[in-house]
Ligand binder design. Structure first.
Ligand code: GLN
Length: 249
């Protein structure tokens, strides 16, 4: 009898080992952390934000683990394409057709749009229409804001698109007067305004409509299904709303 029980236990352990139950997959989540409140760092320099905590909640719900790593925004999609990371959580517009050719996006988790940010006290620029061919406009490399700034420069509507690696530097440059405006996502503009009240202000209407999604490698349906299922559960059980209240109010 003892031998039978030992044999059964050994078989169960082998099955558990082979099926990986008891151990969970670990996915690398990448972001660019000058995009508060979605993707930022805490007082200890640790990655945090709405994106990070929503992805962590999705992971726990779906039985996988995540580890976070930051890099330049322009490095995010190449990292997924090269197989060096598994998920982008970076306030990334999932509606962009060029991106859709390179990665697959989850269901949308946040609806946003671009705005123009200027220095407090600037009464010349009241909307994007007041930008002139002697002005410089900053935004972040390979983002929808950067694309808009490049488009304005190409069309001769501004003198120069100043394309930088990080949004906090863009905001600093408009405060210092090095550039005349920044094109940036509305919720992120609001976050920078709340961090530095009286320094910068939003002018004009929202320039476009964006919906953010988490990105995975083309064809990785298994992971995408997990993310979508977890996202739905977080919306259904109130976790999404709790995180939204924490990071946006
Ligand atoms: N939402 C913008 C985009 O998708 C900016 C994203 C970001 O800077 N993290 O390009």
């Amino acid at each position: 009898m003892k031998k039978v029980i030992t044999l059964m236990l050994s078989l169960m352990l082998c099955v558990a080992f082979m099926t990986g139950c008891g151990s969970s997959d670990v996915y690398k989540v990448i972001t660019e952390p000058t995009f508060p409140p979605f993707d930022t760092t805490d007082e200890n320099g640790e990655l945090t934000g709405f994106d990070m905590e929503l992805m962590q909640a999705i992971a726990e719900d779906q039985g996988f683990e995540v580890e976070f790593e930051s890099m330049g925004f322009d490095a995010l999609i190449p990292a997924i394409q090269a197989g060096n990371a598994d998920i982008i959580a970076a306030g990334m517009n999932a509606m962009d057709p060029d991106r859709q050719k390179k990665v697959d996006f989850s269901d949308y988790y946040y609806d946003s749009g671009l705005v123009v940010l200027v220095k407090e006290g600037n009464n010349t620029i009241k909307s994007i229409d007041d930008l002139t061919s002697d002005m410089k406009v900053a935004s972040q490399i390979q983002t929808t804001g950067g694309d808009k700034a490049n488009e304005l420069a190409k069309d001769g509507k501004i003198k120069e698109a100043v394309i930088l690696d990080q949004f906090d530097t863009c905001v600093l440059q408009v405060i210092n007067g090095d550039v005349d405006a920044v094109i940036i996502d509305l919720p992120v503009a609001k976050s920078y305004i709340s961090k530095q009240p009286g320094k910068v202000k939003i002018v004009g209407d929202t320039l476009n409509a964006e919906s953010y999604g988490f990105a995975v490698a083309k064809g990785n349906k298994e992971l995408l299904d997990k993310i979508n299922a977890g996202l739905k559960n977080m919306k259904d059980n109130g976790t999404y709303d709790e995180l939204y209240d924490k990071w946006f109010n």
